[in-house]
Ligand binder design. Structure first.
Ligand code: GAL
Length: 859
């Protein structure tokens, strides 16, 4: 039996004992037995910080038009008719798509008002405890009630918050939590999701405790022998009497499954006197012997455990993980991690998890990062808001550096009801919530106070946010994603950033770097490329250009996978690589985006939001007209085309271009397009190749089409006059004259079979989700890149299909459906295993399809 089991067992015993006591008629006997119980168990309870993640058993109701909300928050309101569900939950994806809705937010029904209710388990034995409720994020405008009383409000859906429930708790009685969320009254430029979409915890502590996100760990001096650790902890004495409080720190090394091993460390204990109902900030300094550095290659992590004693009773244990590493953003020589120059090879991602909507599943987030890491990514920008906290745990464990971003708007909104409406009253609290929660993560190397704020001219505002952020964390630089080049040279950058971030605006790179007053400030390409493409779609003739020329706007609402198309403000990855080579002082880039996301399907923006970004008026008008003519205007596009991978996480061709540059040591070559073009016999069909080699030769049906060298400033090889004939297209890549890698695409037969592959992404050794990829193959088992056969899937007992998709940005089949066609040969099915399924129970996913038979896979 481990400690947790022991505590759990004692808790159950206590509960039974309490029931017994409550049944006792004699008051005095009851009281003396209660005292005995308290004394006996005080050692267990005294040290208890009890954290319960509130996942199951929530009641949910989404308001229909004209519904009243009478009594919804009341303790005794009858909610039996409401749905029972588990959180995290996103109500916005449940109803499926509707073309009459805004496509910048995904054609989804996320707007509305939703209520969640749940019984909280707070017994008589908890009397004297401090009871808090913690939300990692609730979308949006949360109002939290306990037993009918408003406990607190929190408008911003992306920041975490905690409320003290004590004034409203009925110890030993019924305690009903009710949460009202309102997405009706806010707008977004992308799909925000709706609901309690991240974790919620009920936290019980003793009156003397560490406050919410109250510990800040820094590592001011690191050498081979010793790592100095400075720990600041905000504590509260909630007792009615003065307390003598002692704090001790223990340090452990953490493995990737969060298992602890004690390490040699020295911390002096600290004892302080804290008045009744008073707060205090403790400072504990210590050293860890022979600290192992946190780096991209070896993400070593530690855990600091802070033990608080009230007198000699242990009353709280609070743990936080941290790492030893140094960061240095030099003005002109790039970014250094632990003294080593690191080029930032990053992506921006929105928070949705594709077909799962915005409901947070840590395994789905891990899958995203694993796919990105395989490409060679080393950095993530959480655009344009603070992420779920688990993402940062994953980045800590996986060696990914992170820029955490606060806002997409300040005082001036981009949409009618943007965050700007809450900004004045809340931005300080939101900024504080973000930094205090995340400042111990070694992966977090900088903060961004905002993205492309329409008031990025407001010097005073920029400076005030900078000052607040800096006061909360003096150890990391503050950045911004600016999109007005002028802010780089008009003084705005000077006082509101340490690391000036420029989104796109590549023509300002040189001016920014040359400006005298920027000589002490580095430059980050905080958002780049915005290249547009659909996986597996190829249009002819192939020409590089902005979607400006709009030949890309066509009646299937797709964009060519040749990676040659970008909006007016963007460019190709090739051009960006060229620029970063030209200006090595730039810290690196964050590509827009790693994953396709729900909403913002530029250039098919139905509500024109992004069309208006095309600064050229004529271009804008022409695009608008063209879109109107195309379907007046039933534009089906509901997710973005920006991703390096599609909404399912399937790789677009571009993935391999990044891999060739970001993992130059990996022997690889990748050919595009596919070679199934029955209608193109005899027609010119250009072939592009991405390789980490320096030379390559292309063969069509065994005949050489020429050997080419990769020229400086070129990142793809092109054979532009290949005449299509069916068969085998093969590329052999070389490096330093030696064979390095090859790739082959073949003309296949029709799709005849289904191939299923299962991937799991366990976190701390546990996995609940299975990601099953469906590939359609011909009778010889070769992937059919243009197959779109209808598919149908089902799962045996012990599991549930929670979502599926095929990566088609125009598919309007709801994610929860179990029938959908493959898109360009592929489909993804996400299955959730029932954690209570019988051990040894075989769970099987079956997929059948028109003309392709059926297949099954054990999960
Ligand atoms: C940027 C913006 C992103 C996204 C992108 C599309 O300007 O910061 O949020 O809209 O454009 O290219």
């Amino acid at each position: 039996m481990n400690d947790d089991d022991l505590v759990r067992g004692l808790r159950i015993l206590t509960a039974l004992y309490m029931i017994f006591l409550n049944k006792l008629k004699k008051q005095c006997l009851r009281q003396s037995l209660l005292l005995l119980c308290v004394l006996t168990l005080s050692n267990v309870y005294a040290q208890d910080r009890q954290v319960d993640v509130l996942r199951d058993g929530w009641r949910f109701y989404r308001l229909e038009k004209n519904d009243g909300e009478q009594g919804f928050s009341n303790r005794d309101f009858d909610d039996k008719a409401w749905r029972t569900l588990s959180v995290p939950h996103d109500w916005g994806v449940e109803k499926g798509f509707d073309v009459s809705l805004e496509n910048n937010t995904g054609l989804l029904h996320w707007k509305g008002i939703g209520w969640y209710r749940k019984d909280l388990d707070i017994g008589a034995e908890d009397k004297g405890k401090r009871i808090a409720i913690e939300f990692d994020g609730a979308m949006a405008n949360a109002q939290v009630y306990l037993n009918g009383k408003l406990v607190g409000e929190w408008p911003y859906g992306y920041t975490s918050f905690s409320f003290d429930l004590n004034p409203y708790v009925d110890f030993g009685g019924k305690n009903k939590l009710a949460v009202r969320l309102d997405t009706e009254s806010f707008d977004s430029r992308w799909y925000p999701g709706a609901g309690i979409y991240r974790n919620v915890r009920l936290v019980k502590t003793n009156p003397v405790h560490v406050v919410y996100n109250g510990v800040f760990v820094t590592t001011p001096v690191i050498d081979e022998k010793n790592g100095k650790v400075s720990l600041r902890a905000d504590i509260r004495n909630g007792n009615n009497a003065y307390g003598k409080i002692t704090a001790k720190v223990k340090v452990y090394a953490l493995d990737e499954n969060d298992r602890r091993t004690p390490v040699e460390s020295k911390f002096a204990d600290v004892t302080v006197g804290v008045p009744a109902k008073g707060d205090h900030t403790l400072r504990l300094d210590g050293v860890v012997s022979k600290p192992k550095l946190w780096s991209i290659e070896t993400p070593n992590r530690y855990l600091a455990e802070l033990d608080l004693y009230d007198g000699d009773r242990l009353v709280d244990q609070y743990s936080t993980s941290f790492g030893f590493r140094t960061i240095d953003f030099t003005p002109r020589d790039g970014f250094y991690l632990n003294g080593k120059r690191v080029q930032i090879k990053g992506v921006c991602n929105h928070h949705d998890l594709g077909p799962l909507g915005s409901a947070f599943y840590v395994e789905a987030a891990k899958r995203q990062l694993v796919i990105m890491k395989e490409m060679g990514l080393n950095a993530l920008r959480t655009s344009h808001n603070p992420p779920a906290p688990e993402i940062l745990d994953l980045c800590d464990k996986m060696g990914i550096i992170v820029q955490v971003e606060a806002f997409d708007t300040w005082r001036k909104g981009k949409k009618k009801n943007d965050y700007n409406l809450a900004f004045n009253g809340w931005h300080m609290m939101d900024l504080e919530a973000m930094i205090k929660r995340d400042r111990n993560h070694p992966s977090v190397v900088m903060w961004s106070n905002g993205n492309e704020m329409p008031d990025q001219w407001d010097l005073a505002l920029g400076k005030s946010l900078y000052t607040v952020a800096k006061s909360l964390d003096p150890t990391r630089p503050i950045s911004l994603g600016c999109n007005w080049g002028n802010t780089a040279i008009n003084g705005f950058q000077k006082e509101s950033t340490d690391v000036y971030g420029l989104n796109y605006r590549t023509s300002f790179y040189e001016k920014t770097l040359n400006k005298e007053e920027n000589k002490q400030k580095g430059l980050l390409a905080s958002e780049t490329s915005s290249t547009l493409s659909t996986r597996g779609e190829y249009f002819f003739p192939v020409k590089f250009g902005t979607s400006k020329q709009l030949r890309e706007i066509n009646d299937n609402f797709q964009i060519s996978g040749y990676d040659v198309t970008y909006p007016g403000w963007g460019n190709t990855p090739d051009l960006q690589f060229r620029l970063l080579e030209k200006y090595p002082a730039i810290y690196g880039e964050f590509v827009w985006t790693g994953f396709d996301y729900l909403g913002e399907p530029t250039p098919y923006n139905h509500d024109m939001t992004n069309l208006l970004n095309f600064r050229d008026k004529k271009k804008r008008e022409r695009l608008k007209k063209q879109l109107e003519e195309l379907g007046k205007i039933e534009v089906p596009s509901r997710s973005s085309y920006f991703g390096i991978v599609d909404l399912c996480g399937f790789k677009k061709d571009r993935y391999y271009m990044y891999q060739s540059q970001w993992r130059p040591e990996l022997p690889m070559a990748h050919i595009l397009p596919h070679w199934n073009w029955p209608g193109r016999k005899g027609k010119v069909t250009p072939v592009h190749v991405y390789t980490s080699g320096d030379e390559a030769e292309l063969f069509l049906n065994g005949r050489s089409l020429g050997r080419q060298k990769v020229k400086a400033g070129e990142y793809r090889l092109q054979w532009n006059d290949v005449t299509y004939s069916p068969g085998t297209l093969k590329v052999v890549a070389y490096k330093d004259g030696k064979k390095w890698a090859e790739d082959v695409v073949r003309t296949t037969g029709k799709a005849r079979k289904i191939r299923l592959t299962k991937d799991v992404y366990p976190v701390n050794g546990e996995n609940e989700l299975c990601f099953v990829t469906v590939d359609l193959t011909d009778s010889r088992g070769r992937f059919v890149a243009d197959a779109d056969n209808a598919l149908e899937f089902s799962v045996s007992d012990g599991a549930e299909i929670i979502a599926s998709d095929n990566g088609d940005p125009t598919s309007l089949i709801a994610f929860k459906e179990t029938k959908r066609p493959a898109f360009n040969g592929k489909c993804l099915i996400i299955v959730k295993l029932d954690k209570n399924r019988a051990s040894g129970q075989k769970t099987v996913l079956r997929v059948k399809g028109t003309g392709v038979g059926c297949a099954s896979i054990a999960l």
